[in-house]
Every structure is written in structure tokens, then in C-alpha cells.
Design a protein around this ligand. Structure first.
Ligand code: ADP
Length: 371
């Protein structure tokens, strides 16, 4: 390959025609496939734009992260000889917690004769076919979720109409209540679907301001408390002297409402939900951390990633009898990332902790979107 031209043959001087970065940029644009490089400590060092299209991870958030953030496959084969290329299927985590299968070709990056890392080419062409299938699955799930309350509303409304003269008042009120509850379920579902659609079509406008967290937490707990008829108490530990966070206040309220509402919903019979706020270091930055702790049914280790994906509700008698769309955590996680924060969860020995990290400075300022 010619990267240099000779400018002075007597002095053997050469000028760089094209830098490796420029060449890589052109290759990244021209190819239908994606590529990722990582060093010998498994830290991601290169993430091409096609990989963002497929996984949702943005270069800025994935560079420097450990490969296991991206790789759901536990094992990968590495070349015995540096020049070898190894073809293998891998499973990747997308940013919203889904798992996708891609074919790859892995080879060594050689610097001064020794292996300095690895480059993986991902075959993305076939992936779009899978995407079409995922979209059909989404439409079918949504249709199913919509059909259930509609069928119920239609059925009970017809019964009320046909038997209006004969039906006892107690029964009539029961049917009317079912219709009301199902209509509310429908309206929650439509609201959540609209939020998902705004998030995914990137039409969401954020207004980032310095915000005091404590009044928001207090407001949200009052709303959740009254929704659940004071079934739980909130043990809030949030100093008045904490620094302001830089967020969109309405979106933050939406995230906190979902997390605190879940803490109550999934810990019936328990009395307390704890909310603890501290300044901490996260991903090398000083951030405000809000821990929302409940002592309820807990989440198995293997389900931790799953709960952040669309329509995922863990199978348990409690979840089956609890109202929910399975969209709340997907929306909360996506919004948190948009605000420049992070959302993680641990669940052990009957204690479930959602950690919400919020930025202490404007990460982009004003009304922002990712790109
Ligand atoms: P939902 O509308 O079902 O509550 P979410 O997206 O908010 O949807 O949560 C997804 C699933 O994660 C829930 O259905 C539940 O199975 C699980 N989950 C969420 N929060 C908790 C929690 N605090 N404790 C146990 N399970 C939880």
C-alpha cells in the first residue's frame, strides 16, 4: 500500500500522502460492515459508525469500556499466528440490553512485530433481515397488548347494553369499574408507546437546566404514595446542601416515578422503600447517585439485562397480578443515558437497589440530542 510519496530522493525524504486515520475513515464509510478494535486488556479502542447503527452504542460511550460490555458471548477464539484470521459467530449486547447474533472475522493488530490488540469485522449485511423480523415481532406484541384491554372493554360494554334492565347494581358497578381500569391500562400503554417512539425516532427535545433533586424526589414520593394508598413509607436521605444536577427536570421526574413506583409495586407487604442520595465517582466523573432500595421479590442475576428491554416483564405471580407494560425501565434507561447519566441495578439477599447516576455539569448544554 502506498501511504508516502518521495519528495527528495537525494535525502530519501518522504511525505505522508494519507494518514492511517483517514484511510480507516474512508473504509468505515465505504463498507457495509462494521468493525471494532480492542487492546490486550480487552479495552475497546475503535468503534466504527456502522456498529453504532446496529448496536445503538455511541463511540463516545463505548470507547475504553471492557469488551464484556459489548460481548454477550463468553468466549472468543484468538489466532495462533498473528496473520491468521478467525471466523466465528458472536452475540453482542445492544445498548438497550437486547442480544444480537453476528458473524465476525477476527485478526491481530501487529505493532513493531508484536500483537498489540485485535480487530474484529462484523458482517452486518444479513443483520437487516433480522431487524425486519424484530420489527414484525414488535408490531405483533403491541397488537396483542392492545387487543387484550380492547376485548375486555368491548365485552363488558356489550353485556351492560344487552342486559341493562336485568343486571344487578353491584354487578353493573363491577363491570363499569373493569371498563374504567382497562381504559386506563390502554391509555398507559399508548403513552409508553409514544415515549418509545419519540425516543427511537430521536424527536425528543430535552431542556437541560441546573436542578435541585430533593424537591423532585419529595414530589414523586407523594404521587407514588397516594397511588398505592400509603402502603409503603419512604426513608429519604438527601442532604439540602447537595449540588444541583444538570438535567431535564420533567424527564428526571418520569425516570424517578418509574423506579420508585416499581420499588413499591414489587415489594408488597414490605413497609419501607429507601432513597439515598450521595455524590460519588462514576465512570471517572463526579456524579450524584440516587439509590432506590426495596426489600421485595428481587431480580435474578440472569434477568438483570433483560428487564431493560422493551415489553420484558419477569414471570412471577406478583408481576402477573401487577399492572405494567414492561416499557418503563426501557424508557427510564434510555432517558437516563440521554441526560448523560447511567442506570444500574443489583439484587441480592432480598435487597434490590437501582442506582441512578446524574451529571453535576452540563454535558452538552441547552436543549440537546445525542447526535
Ligand atoms: P412494568 O411496567 O412491568 O413494571 P418495567 O419496565 O418498569 O415494567 O419493569 C420491567 C420488569 O422488571 C417488571 O415487570 C418486573 O418484572 C421487573 N422489575 C422492575 N423493577 C423491579 C423491582 N424493584 N424488583 C423486582 N423486579 C422488578
Amino acid at each position: 500500500m502506498i501511504f508516502y510519496q518521495t519528495v527528495d530522493s537525494d535525502k530519501q525524504e518522504k511525505e505522508l500522502l494519507i494518514s492511517p486515520e483517514q484511510l480507516l475513515d474512508s473504509v468505515a464509510r465505504a463498507t457495509k460492515n462494521g468493525f471494532v478494535a480492542f487492546d490486550l486488556e480487552n479495552k475497546i479502542t475503535l468503534f466504527s459508525p456502522k456498529m453504532t447503527e446496529v448496536t445503538g452504542w455511541h463511540e463516545a460511550e463505548i470507547l475504553g469500556k471492557d469488551l464484556k460490555e459489548l460481548y454477550a458471548s463468553k468466549e472468543a477464539n484468538f489466532p495462533k499466528n498473528p496473520e491468521d484470521v478467525i471466523s466465528q459467530p458472536v452475540v453482542l449486547f445492544t445498548r438497550d440490553g437486547k442480544q444480537i447474533n453476528l458473524e465476525t472475522r477476527l485478526t491481530s493488530i501487529i505493532n513493531k512485530g508484536v500483537t498489540a490488540g485485535y480487530l474484529v469485522f462484523f458482517v452486518i449485511e444479513d443483520y437487516n433481515k433480522d431487524l425486519d423480523r424484530a420489527q414484525s415481532e414488535f408490531i405483533s406484541t403491541v397488537s396483542h397488548e392492545l387487543r387484550t384491554p380492547i376485548t375486555s372493554i368491548k365485552g363488558f360494554a356489550s353485556t351492560l347494553l344487552q342486559q341493562s334492565q336485568t343486571i344487578a347494581e353491584e354487578k353493573r358497578n363491577k363491570y363499569i369499574n373493569i371498563i374504567k381500569n382497562q381504559a386506563e391500562r390502554l391509555s398507559r400503554l399508548v403513552e409508553d408507546l409514544l415515549a418509545v417512539s419519540r425516543l427511537e425516532s430521536k424527536k425528543l427535545q430535552l431542556t437541560i437546566h441546573p436542578v435541585k433533586l430533593k424537591p423532585i424526589i419529595e414530589r414523586v414520593t407523594i404521587i407514588v404514595e397516594s397511588k398505592h394508598k400509603n402502603s409503603h413509607q419512604f426513608d429519604i436521605s438527601c442532604s439540602d446542601t447537595l449540588p444541583d444536577i444538570w438535567v431535564d427536570a420533567d424527564r428526571l421526574e418520569q425516570i424517578l416515578t418509574n423506579l420508585i413506583d416499581n420499588a413499591v409495586k414489587y415489594s408488597p407487604g414490605q413497609e419501607t422503600v429507601e432513597i439515598k442520595v450521595r455524590v460519588c465517582q462514576h465512570d471517572g466523573k463526579e456524579m450524584l447517585r440516587v439509590n432506590i432500595i426495596d426489600y421485595g421479590i428481587g431480580i435474578e442475576e440472569g434477568n438483570i439485562r433483560k428487564i431493560f428491554t422493551k415489553f420484558s416483564r419477569l414471570d412471577s405471580p406478583l408481576t402477573r397480578s401487577t399492572e405494567g407494560t414492561g416499557l418503563g425501565l426501557y424508557i427510564s434507561y434510555s432517558l437516563t443515558k440521554l441526560l448523560g447519566g447511567d442506570l444500574t441495578v443489583t439484587s441480592e439477599d432480598g435487597k434490590t437497589t437501582f442506582c441512578l447516576y446524574l451529571p453535576l455539569e452540563s454535558h452538552e448544554g441547552g436543549a440537546v440530542w445525542w447526535d
